[in-house]
Design a protein around this ligand. Structure first.
Ligand code: GLA
Length: 678
């Protein structure tokens, strides 16, 4: 294996996007590179969907156009993130290997004419991806334009689960390895229920469409298997590249927007985390979802700088109503990503496509050309990022972690849950949002990881919790941590089987409480909680009948099915505190709870004007305070140092214009300084 670099050889914050010039003639290529220079673009991703134009028939390659393109980019000072085109195999591949087609749960064989990989378990596909990745790496390992490799595109979308015969056979092998024998499988899947007991491995299959709900443990294992197969495809390509090339290798994740891949595992296999993020247009505060995705991207990579591989200059074209970004919004989005740890700001795509499925998707050069608002803002953003080069490599520090566990989410999303209101996405956002509004920086964390760096750990939706991970959380509390757990957590083990001892049993030592019975509410019904000193707190959707075993009741139900019973509890355990909330508190009520929890955890939210996002990145000698003003009017706030975008002095206060952004460098000097606010 070749020695490789951890970060592309680039100076400062990288800027650019996906570049798919095979759609145009050479005159457009020449115009493109001139415009890239004008916009300050220094990194483009090339070749992501070019398989059919590189390998014309099996083993017959045409690299001439790619040679010419890479030379042209290099001559113009633009570096290349070279893609492997394996997310879209050519027509000849499917003609030669019809059994590599993906089959859905209901038996539909997927056709050609779109994009999406072949079956992740197909031998022909695995051979073909290694062949093309290896051929590209062999040819371009030493090309001076190539600074990194981009394997595939967004694993898990649009193809995740595959029910083809090759996939089912591979699933069986994966299960044999996991459980050893059929007894193990029968136990793990609880096959005694509904008469599913297996006596022969040949009878074990994938959870295809069935008359009623399919065994949830089988579904969960098929999810794990799918993730595993996709990762094996990535690893096969990565290793084929690494045999020739030293540049860092990545693939683009979809943190917070796709749930097929377990990014905690994947992040260990890439050299750099790269993420794609698109605003959800129906959400009037899409910037909060954006911040979640950015924090998750940083967190899965252990806090290291990451690459925003794709976002949009304006509207996308695949949502029900594709809302154009307003003036300044693209810069605000970009600076939020940067503030939360991104050292490269890239877009899909450089030039808007005239043909094909994505012709209504915005681009850096829109259909309206360079006489447009979008182009002017693209050029301005390039100039802004140039002034922020020194931020590269600095890190974000957080005192609070929110637990994020893909396996738990997969399990919770299965059918026949106690209420349709039990939505982990909704709960994560519900807890993230008040912290975001308070200007408290958040990491996401896995329940099994070392949590000792955090003053507060929040578990908004930890439905599946292994006993080992529950013990980890308990040790965190024992050692002095503050843990806040929300309802419908610690319910099942890794086989989606209810924990022995009942709901919440594995966390009982830390929380001093467990759940005797779920008491979900009818649609639209609410309850009131009595919290001393407050005027009745409102909640809805869900309540529980709690059994106390050491905790004190902080709030009780006034009405509803749990009237008179505890609703919010607090438990001293070891040197720390475990909080439990058994209902869906409305915003103001959640603020009351969080205020009490912050006091236990020793967290003081910074004083920030409403609607202003503030994140600090810590460099070797300076802190960089990144400010994003989501309000229409200007905001005044405390800041000392130099504002890097204007070069102006911030002598203790700074005015950020409505809709504007600012980055203040505060030198810490040799002694170092205080840790930035939360
Ligand atoms: C994804 C893909 C891109 C493009 C964009 C459009 O992120 O990776 O190829 O389809 O979406 O939003």
């Amino acid at each position: 294996m070749t020695q490789h670099h951890p970060w592309p050889e680039l100076r400062g914050i990288a800027y650019g996007g996906d570049y798919n010039p095979e759609q145009w003639g050479r005159d457009v290529w020449r115009e493109d590179v001139a415009l890239m220079r004008e916009a300050g673009v220094d990194l483009v991703s090339v070749g992501i969907f070019s398989w059919a134009l590189i390998e014309l028939r099996e083993g017959e390659f045409d690299f001439d156009w790619l040679d010419e393109l890479l030379d042209l980019l290099h001559a113009n000072g633009v570096s290349v993130d070279l893609g492997t085109p394996t997310a879209s195999p050519p027509a000849w591949f499917f003609a030669d290997h019809p059994d590599a087609r993906v089959i859905t749960a209901d038996g539909t064989v997927m056709g050609f004419g779109s994009r999406g990989m072949a079956s992740h378990s197909s031998t022909a596909y695995r051979e073909a991806i290694v062949r093309i990745a290896g051929a590209l790496a062999e040819r371009y390992a030493d090309h001076p334009a190539v600074v990194m490799w981009h394997v595939h595109n967004e694993y898990g979308v649009p193809v995740g689960e595959d029910f083809s015969p090759q996939s089912v056979a591979a699933f069986r092998e994966w299960l044999r390895e996991r459980y050893g024998d059929l007894d193990g499988l029968n136990r793990a899947w609880g096959t005694a229920f509904w008469g599913q007991h297996y006596t022969d491995w040949a009878h074990v299959g994938a959870p295809a469409a069935a008359p009623s709900v399919v065994n949830p443990a089988q579904r969960l294992d098929f999810h794990r298997f799918t993730d595993h197969q996709l990762l094996q495809c990535f690893i096969a390509e990565r290793d084929a590249i690494r045999a020739h090339a030293a540049q860092p290798i990545t693939t683009n994740f979809m943190a917070n927007q796709s749930w097929t891949t377990d990014l905690w595992t994947w992040a260990r296999e890439v050299d750099i985390v790269a993420d794609d993020h698109y605003l959800w247009a129906a959400d009037p505060e899409g910037e909060i979802g954006l911040a979640i995705a950015a924090d998750l991207s940083r967190s899965v990579g252990g806090g290291a700088p990451w690459i925003l591989m794709e976002h949009s200059t304006s509207a996308v074209n695949w949502q029900p109503r594709n809302i154009a970004k307003r003036p300044g919004e693209m810069a605000r989005n970009s600076l939020t990503h940067l503030g939360r740890g991104a050292d490269a700001i890239l877009f899909f795509q450089w030039r808007a496509s005239r043909s094909g499925a994505e012709k209504f998707h915005s681009a850096m050069i829109p259909h309206a050309g360079t006489g447009s608002r979008v182009w002017r803002e693209v050029v301005e953003l390039g100039a802004m990022l140039d002034r922020l080069d020194e931020v590269q490599g600095s890190r974000v520090l957080a005192d609070v972690a929110i637990l994020w566990d893909f396996e738990s989410f997969w399990a919770q999303d299965l059918e026949w849950r106690p209420s349709v209101e039990l939505d982990h996405r909704e709960r994560i956002r519900a807890f993230y949002e008040p912290l975001w509004r308070a200007g408290i920086t958040i990491d996401f964390a896995h329940p099994g990881q070392d949590l000792s760096a955090y003053k507060l750990v929040i578990a908004p939706a930890q439905y599946l919790l292994s006993t080992a991970d529950a013990a980890n959380l308990t040790r965190y509390v024992e050692a002095g941590g503050t843990l806040l757990v929300s309802f419908f957590s610690a319910i099942v083990d890794e086989h989606d089987a209810v924990h022995a001892g009942g709901f919440g049993a594995p966390l009982e030592p830390a929380l001093g409480v467990r759940v005797e019975e779920f008491l979900p509410l009818r649609e639209g019904d609410g309850v009131t909680l009595e919290w001393p000193g407050e005027n009745g707190l409102a909640a809805d959707a869900w309540t529980e009948d709690l059994v106390m075993s050491g905790a004190e009741a902080i709030a009780t139900y006034v009405d509803g099915p749990g009237a008179g019973r505890p609703a919010v509890t607090r438990n001293r355990h070891g040197a720390g505190t475990g909080w439990y909330v058994s209902t869906r508190l409305h915003g103001d009520a959640l603020d009351v709870l969080l205020g009490a929890v912050y006091a236990d955890a020793g967290i003081e939210p910074p004083a920030l004007p409403d609607g202003v996002e503030a994140i600090t990145r810590r460099g070797d000698d300076a802190d960089y305070l990144v400010l994003v003003n989501h309000r229409e009017d200007a905001a005044e706030l405390a800041a000392s140092g130099t504002e890097l975008l204007t070069g102006a002095d911030a002598p203790g206060t700074l005015r950020v214009p409505g809709g504007g952004v600012a980055v203040v460098r505060t030198d810490r000097g040799r002694e170092g300084g205080d840790r930035p606010d939360s």
